[in-house]
Design a binder for this molecule. Structure first.
Ligand SMILES: [Fe+2]
Length: 145
């Protein structure tokens, strides 16, 4: 597959805008839950999202581009949902979207350090998808008791 530099940059910037929205979303969700393991894990995901922003900024620069300053509307979409289980479902879907997008762009990234960081970012996102899905399932099971 041949991709132009501007293709790669615009795809990485699209992901950067998604990761910024992820930080915004996690910060908002953290405020809605009590102290405990669950909140601690949201803080972990927020840190992953913030680190992913840095990874995407570095990858954009390594590809010869200028990092976007934008942010997409994912946080508002998730926060519009009423229940925590629904929010976790959509958060998981959003993280999975990122995994697929990373897979699509990874082969066009030539910088070795950026490639390594993208692989780590992908792995963290897969872990976070699993955690969100597990938590949503547990919340629904609790409600049925
Ligand atoms: Fe993310």
């Amino acid at each position: 597959m041949t991709a132009t530099v501007s293709d790669t940059v615009s795809r990485l910037n699209e992901l950067l805008e998604a990761e910024r929205a992820g930080v915004e979303l996690l910060q908002a969700m953290i405020k809605t839950v009590p102290k405990g393991y669950f909140r601690n894990h949201l803080v972990k995901i927020e840190a992953d999202e913030a680190f992913s922003c840095a990874v995407m900024e570095r990858a954009v620069r390594a590809a010869g581009g200028e990092p976007s300053r934008g942010k997409n509307d994912f946080a508002a979409k998730v926060l519009a949902l009423e229940s925590l289980a629904e929010r976790l479902d959509l958060l998981a879907r959003g993280q999975m979207w990122v995994v697929k997008r990373l897979d699509a762009v990874a082969e066009t990234v030539t910088d070795p350090e950026a490639r390594k960081e993208i692989a780590e970012m992908r792995r963290e996102h897969v872990d976070n998808v699993d955690w969100c899905n597990d938590q949503a399932r547990e919340l629904r099971a609790e409600q049925e008791e």
